[in-house]
Write a protein that binds this ligand. Structure first.
Ligand SMILES: Nc1ncnc2c1ncn2[C@@H]1O[C@H](COP(=O)(O)OP(=O)(O)OP(=O)(O)O)[C@@H](O)[C@H]1O
Ligand SMILES: [Mg+2]
Length: 535
């Protein structure tokens, strides 16, 4: 007798979840969701207050950061610095990791970004900072119990028949424990660190104080737009500190993945229908391979190139068609399930583009595939990267955007520096700055760059761009036409232009990530030797 597989869970219609979960998600029946829109508005309204610039600089915090980082550097300087470059770098990296961990959530988050910079930052530093993704020092069990009991308003034992004392993972905001509900379902419980809200507030005060000073003193800093960076940090962190908003983000992302037909590529854990509060989030456990466990995935026969390809498409679909994307991609927030699907964890930071910005974003990326400079620049202006009254033709002329592309590996270091200097000067003169809405996106791209490096180094990037563009044209053509009045099915992908933007000739047949990395290294080495000559 053959046993029929159990029928698919009915909630797969409303979200990209695992085939069978511990419960069924019915978005109309979730108790924590009742007042969610008001909660989101109220949370956002808190931001200006958090960023209010104090008259006096937050001296104590600045001193403490200085002391902790200075201590780390000092110990390295008198110790391992002299032991040879590898050992010295390893020692410094370890000390910096300890210092960042000690300084708390803001610095741990910064460390996570650095940990995504494989190939950009030194390997020892990346290796050490990887631990800041999910192996930060946990809180004591007594503190965890206190948070759970305060938020649920009853003893832990009334909710859980079993609760692991040791967390399975601990990151910047929270730690995650495995548990069993009194009703029998296995779950994981994300518990917020008790002091995190206060720590973040204090760091925000320091950052709001320093950001305008940076812009005033270092003109180039204006391009990076530090005040907007602080604002973005404030906005994302206040939302991240309320797990009801995170649970709602989980539902949004799951729904979009289901609607775009990506449930075969990505899944989101199911939040519990009742057990979600500001600081406690009970959800389905996902398990699988760590995102950089290449050997494990290959041994299990998982196609790692497919993971990156599917991830890229799903990410762009969310951003371009819905204006919603996972805003905190790093190795700790992703798992690869044994069936090759990616488990998306930690939806505390979810990027959201309002409708005008989403459309601008769509025009920007479409303009990239057809190499239409005017379309791209107009989109960048609408995203806030350039002032609204900017003269686009003048920008094109001044930045030589309609000239032939430059291959940076064919320039001497001095020529390259001159190009960069001129570009920076022109951008500053036009009042260009990084728009807040693009910052999360760029941070995610840094992660994806590293993900391609580990999971798909031999994929041809030109073929990839063509594949993604074709996917959007065939799958979402009607919708894109409706949105921005351009039919992606009738425009031609400009591969020569795309090759130009990678800095290679139009007749280069293909370019893998490995080759791209080699080109970056050529430039890096030349710049280093120039620096040495000039010392
Ligand atoms: N549903 C889940 N199933 C299995 N493991 C999970 C789940 N949710 C979270 N984890 C693990 O717990 C870790 C911490 O959770 P999470 O990333 O949500 O916390 P965080 O403090 O918000 O992290 P970050 O520092 O990235 O902001 C994750 O990196 C992951 O290893
Ligand atoms: Mg995380």
């Amino acid at each position: 007798m053959t046993v029929a597989p159990p029928p698919a869970s009915p909630d797969l219609a409303v979200g990209a979840f695992t085939d069978h979960g511990p419960w069924i998600v019915d978005p109309t029946q979730l108790t924590w969701r009742r007042d969610i829109d008001r909660l989101r508005r109220r949370t956002r309204a808190e931001v200006p207050q958090l960023m209010r610039r104090r008259r006096l600089p937050p001296g104590r915090r600045v001193l403490r950061v200085g002391a902790v980082l200075g201590g780390a550097l000092g110990h390295w300087y008198v110790g391992a610095r002299r032991t040879g470059s590898t050992a010295s770098r390893a020692d410094l990296s370890r000390r910096l990791r300890d210092a960042f961990e000690e300084l708390g959530p803001t610095y741990i988050k910064l460390g996570q970004i650095i940990s995504s910079g494989e190939g950009i930052f030194p390997a020892e530093l990346v290796g050490q900072f990887k631990r800041l993704r999910d192996q930060v020092r946990p809180e004591t069990f007594d503190d965890v119990r206190r948070v759970v009991e305060t938020d649920f308003g009853r003893p832990l034992e009334e909710v859980f028949s079993w609760f692991s004392r040791e967390p399975v993972a601990a990151a910047s905001i929270a730690q995650v424990h495995r548990a069993t509900l009194c009703t029998g379902e296995p779950v994981v419980v994300k518990v917020q660190r008790p002091s995190v809200a206060a720590l973040v507030r204090r760091d925000l005060a320091a950052m709001s104080w320093i950001a305008p000073v940076l812009v005033g003193r270092i003109p180039v800093a204006a391009l990076a737009n530090p005040p907007a960076l602080v604002e973005l940090f404030a906005e994302t962190i206040v939302e991240e500190l309320d797990f009801r908003l995170e649970a709602e983000n989980m539902l949004d992302t799951a729904r979009i993945l289901a609607e775009t037909g990506e449930s075969q590529a990505m899944v989101v854990p199911r939040p519990h229908p009742d057990l979600v509060t500001r600081r406690v989030l009970v959800m389905e456990e996902l398990s699988g391979f760590a995102f950089d466990d290449l050997a494990g995935m290959q041994a299990a026969g998982i196609d790692t190139e497919r993971i990156v390809q599917a991830g890229m498409v799903a990410f762009l679909e969310g951003a371009m068609l819905y204006g919603v994307f996972h805003g905190d991609l790093h190795g700790g927030n992703l798992l690869v399930l044994p069936d090759g699907r990616v488990g998306l964890l930690d939806h505390g930071i979810t990027g959201r583009l309002d409708e005008p910005r989403r459309l601008a974003f769509l025009r920007l990326l479409l303009g990239g595939t057809v190499n239409d400079i005017r379309l791209q620049l107009g989109a960048l202006r609408d995203l806030g990267a350039l002032p609204p009254d900017v003269d686009l033709e003048a920008v094109i002329r001044d930045l030589k955007l309609d000239g032939p592309p430059i291959d940076p590996t064919k320039l001497t270091p001095d020529e390259l520096l001159r190009e960069i200097r001129e570009l920076t000067k022109a951008l500053l003169a036009y009042g260009a700055r990084m728009p807040k809405e693009l910052m999360l996106f760029v941070k995610d791209m840094l992660f994806l760059d590293g993900a391609i490096a580990t999971l798909a180094p031999d994929v041809d990037l030109f073929a990839e761009v063509t594949r993604v563009a074709t996917h959007f044209a065939t799958r979402h053509g009607d919708r894109i036409l409706r949105d921005i009045g351009i039919d992606p099915r009738t425009v031609e992908i400009d591969l020569a232009g795309i090759k130009g933007s990678f800095g290679v000739d139009a007749d280069t047949p293909s370019l893998t990530y490995r080759e791209l990395q080699a080109r970056r290294q050529v430039i890096q080495r030349r710049m280093e030797s120039r620096q040495r000559r000039h010392r």
